[in-house]
Design a protein around this ligand. Sequence first.
Ligand SMILES: Nc1ncnc2c1ncn2[C@@H]1O[C@H](COP(=O)(O)OP(=O)(O)O)[C@@H](O)[C@H]1O
Ligand SMILES: O=C(CO)[C@@H](O)[C@H](O)COP(=O)(O)O
Length: 481
Amino acid sequence: MSAAEGPLVVGVDSSTQSTKVLVVDAATGQVVASGQAPHTVSSGVGRESDPRQWWDALCTALRQCGDAAHEAAAVSVAGQQHGLVTLDGHGEPVRPALLWNDVRSAPQARRLVEELGGPKTWAERTGSVPGASFTVTKWAWLAEHEPEAARSTAAVRLPHDYLTGLLTGLGTTDRGDASGTGWWASATEAYDEEILARVGLDPALLPRVVRPGEVAGTVRDSHELPFSKGTLVAPGTGDNAAAALGLGLRPGTPVLSLGTSGTVYAVARQRPADPSGTVAGFADARGDWLPLACTLNCTLAVDRVAALLGLDREAVEPGTGVTLLPYLDGERTPNLPGASGLLHGLRHDTTAGQLLQAAYDGAVHSLLRALDLVLDQDADRTAPLLLIGGGARGTAWQQTVRRLSGRPVQVPRAGELVALGAAAQAAGVLTGEDPAAVARRWRTADGPVLEAVERDEETLNRISGVLSDAAPLLERGTGSH
Ligand SMILES: Nc1ncnc2c1ncn2[C@@H]1O[C@H](COP(=O)(O)OP(=O)(O)O)[C@@H](O)[C@H]1O
Ligand SMILES: O=C(CO)[C@@H](O)[C@H](O)COP(=O)(O)O
């Protein structure tokens, strides 16, 4: 038996690039074991992953945790948002999942927005104006391009629902992740049958939305898994909503997450509805809201630029007027799904290190411009920005965010906030506590604060200028997406 003070809980982060598992002492928040296994994502025209790979990665990561997982009393799965998982009558994937960063459904998104009455109608009904990331547009793409696959689909799941379903044998989801589908009405907190009918999706194919704090099920008998029979399974949620739980986030505190996606968000008491579409009006996993903006190009795009330049990711040099919009995957914020990367201002004396800094600046610019729209009027605009995700470990990322935000930046010492949030949710179903309160008790947000420096308005304005001058080029795209 472990020397833990309380029951053990397991938190899972099944994100784009890998699955991470933490076994946590529910009393203290101490991580007693951890595991990690990678995923592969297709390259080329789309972004797809085989859901079975997520399950294999989960089993591998759990095995790395040894006996600790076996002792756990509860488990919860957080996952990358929006992905379309289509299952046949035996629960097997009909085809690989279409991921959040697959932009092929941009034409379907444009059409759906128009057909339902425009951006304002969508924002009022679902909280968001769906772009190519949203599940509803992916289903519309599938129905149009692969009607046979759509016809063979007996169940539609999000990534976290798929894994939770394999644990429990039941079809469940939660409000946080459901709010990223485009077919969940945030105004009524229920599936929107008119939207579902419009894309020809039978509501019976969708999972039940489990209430915050409700148990989703228990781990079914399986020799694949190191859990004991009867281990409780919490509702789980999308990865950003899980990180909000993992930070014990209170309304108005801004978070900037640097991972495969870049995200900015804050917990809000008011239901968001931004008709410009920049801010997605997600629900959080507790009963509040999580206005959020997301970019497709963050750590992977900047790492790709560093690799092209043959530089280490930290080998930046202060910029002198060169602008790089790192939209290698097309972009979601700003909404330019067909765009590619764009370089402006190159001179004979521009160094490789300055080009790399320009890539960081371009990635952070999109997130900070969106942050002003994410925060409501009451938010304290001088409070530290919480910086999380894999990129938060990097000095160049930290200093870029600090310089372009002009705000203090707090870097939580706890590395895996999504998995910790899932663990806090698992602890919550055991004890009846609010998961955010559990995370605050665990002091997960503690970490050094980098003091504010003067905001680099010149760089922000230069990037905004290039972005608006290059709009026709960026909107036209390269034709390769
Ligand atoms: N020490 C570091 N410095 C800068 N970036 C890092 C560091 N460690 C990891 N990363 C970045 O973090 C990214 C992964 O972040 P993570 O939040 O785990 O991704 P995701 O959850 O989206 O799969 C990698 O693409 C890598 O660029
Ligand atoms: O699409 C969004 C948010 O709307 C992304 O944030 C995904 O949820 C993927 O997350 P990571 O794998 O980058 O953590």
